[in-house]
Design a protein around this ligand. Sequence first.
Ligand code: NAD
Length: 516
Amino acid sequence: MSRSPSSAPENDANLERPGAAVNKIEKFPMYIDAEWCESSSGRWFDTKNPYTGDVWAQLPEANETDVNRAVEAAHRAFTSGPWATMTPSDRGLLLHRLGDVIAANARYLAELEVRDNGKLMVEMLGQMKYLPRWFQYYGGLADKIEGAVTPIDKAGMFHYVTYEPMGVVGAITPWNSPLLLTVWKLAPALAAGNTVVIKPSEFASASMIGFAKLFEEAGFPKGVVNVVTGFGQEAGGALVGHPLVKRIAFTGGNIGGRKISEAAAHQFKRVSLELGGKSPHIIFGDADLPAAIKGVISGIFAACGQTCMAGSRLLLHSSIHDEFVEKLVERMEQARLGDPFEETTDIGPIATEAQLRKILDYVEIGKSEGAVCVLGGKKATGLNCGRGWFFEPTIFTGVTNDMRIAREEVFGPVLSIMKFESDDEAIEIANDTPFGLSAGFWTQDLARAMSLPKRIRAGTVWVNSYRVVSYMAPFGGMGQSGFGRENGAAAIHEYLETKSVFINPKSSISNPFTLQ
Ligand code: NAD
């Protein structure tokens, strides 16, 4: 069944807050070839509001047939139709227009995200207002993908290098920042001239459907962007396995990342993997402590620690350890848990019930390993928590870097604190991890600020700051945090093929049995 795009989303920027109506479960049909449709099986799955624990929306459960249809639509749009012949400058303008439409609908998109994943409205609104920058930046790059003429070492021969789009890109994204992490893929992929099929997380797909509505408003030709909703193995797996999908851009956990990498390898498909982390956050003895405390909070307690870049290992110099812990605990005891829509809330719920259980398990693991829980450690049930999936901000001291709470990603508000004596020791602990996504350190010593980043094995290093991202700054991991980079000018080349062209005006081959 398909419905006309105009009748599909039952909510609009002008309508009530999504999910706000009592007992009303909204349906968000998916978007394939510019049509709003159900799954061919007719099956829908529920998505729950983490603040209430209630089902608030339903999405089509896409199967292989649906994914095939989306990929074929994207392939058609890539090979024929207006997108295939559009000049890069016009493509760029279209991306700019999409940015404008997003800006006009930022609040609506933010509300969908908060409803679906429980993150704070204040954060999600900030993210949504920032999204247009990606389309402006990559829209500007669309007509600056310049090739080169080579002074080739072959007499009389003309040689040039040119860059071409790859075809259909499959974007598979997680639940923690659904639209931001999609846009990191979508903007460069479209600027490069590809078409895209997006498979958002089954735990947070509604905002992606709200977002899809905006492609039409911006004037994208049909089939250029498609959204299939469903589960990892079935819908995601079908996308990865489809031979017409030339490139997979994945953000998610290491288990899914490994499966996708293996499946893509069967077809030698290009993949980027933005995976998990166990990022070190180092506070040297000379740091501005009040600022560093805020930095640590933003690293691990913002978004309930459900961020890939969470500064989950805190390394404190022994000279400031006790004072820092005391002040951090004091500050976090005052953190206000509650409705993520309220401006006064500091900490919202955990996105899923399963995630809440996982966090609880890790707290038990930490205790059994001998770490000392100096704050939190339990499901939160305060006055403002309602029936939501809340977890208390949790701090462990006396952690050693071989404990599981120091080595494995918890993806929750759980901080593991360790002590160090020297810069060398801090760097050694920081680098002693299978991950390598990000790291931060605080110091007022310029020499240290300048020299340490190159000694830290991580894709991003923040000095006297934390959790800063930009469309201009490459982001991605080393080691088990994955490979490939998103953001920054070079990211557009992650979605391009390089072609080398030799033209011999004289039509000659000197010796056919040797390399020319
Ligand atoms: P997840 O791996 O469970 O799911 C991510 C996406 O992959 C979902 O859309 C899911 O349906 C899909 N998927 C899962 N298995 C699949 C398979 N076999 N084939 C195809 N698709 C499959 O991750 P999550 O729980 O949604 O997100 C949390 C994880 O994401 C954390 O580990 C976090 O660190 C990571 N993350 C990384 C970054 C980064 O930029 N490095 C950013 C955000 C989140």
